[in-house]
Write a protein that binds this ligand. Sequence first.
Ligand SMILES: Nc1ncnc2c1ncn2[C@@H]1O[C@H](COP(=O)(O)OP(=O)(O)OP(=O)(O)O)[C@@H](O)[C@H]1O
Length: 245
Amino acid sequence: MEKVPAIEAKNISKTFHISEDSHNTVKHRLFNLFNPPRAKKVEAIKNMDFAVYKGECIGLLGRNGCGKSTLVRLLAGVYPTDTGQINIHGTTLLMNLGVGMSHQLTARENIYVSASVLGLKIKEIDNIFDKIVDFAELREFIDTKIKYFSSGMVARLGFSIAVNAGADIMFLDEIFAVGDMKFQEKAVKVFESSWIEGKTVILVSHSMDVIKKYCSRTAFMKNGSLVFFGETEEAIDMYVKDNHE
Ligand SMILES: Nc1ncnc2c1ncn2[C@@H]1O[C@H](COP(=O)(O)OP(=O)(O)OP(=O)(O)O)[C@@H](O)[C@H]1O
């Protein structure tokens, strides 16, 4: 079958500039009037080149702080890149602890906002609204602002919107880590259903079992670099070795 690109990343990079504010007492500040806090550079993503094809389920592995979330945020358009170019072919949805959802809005409002960003018309959202609410099991909280939700509840809502509104490309950042057991079982069922067919999924997870089960190819990242992108088994071996270094 011919490979159709869903995501093309060419030479992308992202650096964060963090100020190290150690002068956090009045005394410290006075003594350091002419010695401003130092700025620290974090090269979160270093010159990456890769392509993901339509219908692939890709795993993303690497130790804490290696840049996984930054990479999916760049791909989903949450952050601009410093260099390079990202071409996305299709609608995207980033699902992690509430990114893309407004904490000042209720669950109901977030459903309408997120689904319209995915290109659905109000009538179409009306039609799938109940399905989204039931799948997320959040009916009694539907008019509650999501700032009062637990992280698992936000994850459930986001996943339910993703499943029912159906973006072409889905970035799922640690979705299996936040939900409770019942939700995880549900999420697994979705992965094993026809829903996944034709969709492109980037799955960030520290769970080897999940990655092994669903990902045809896996990327292994270290210190902001893409060290390997290929056979899932090989990527897992690298990740396990890296954890023992
Ligand atoms: N908004 C930000 N501002 C400044 N620095 C950031 C920002 N987001 C991430 N970083 C830094 O970039 C680096 C990569 O962070 P990132 O969250 O992408 O890692 P990760 O691989 O997703 O980690 P984890 O497995 O813990 O979720 C870290 O050093 C982090 O401190």
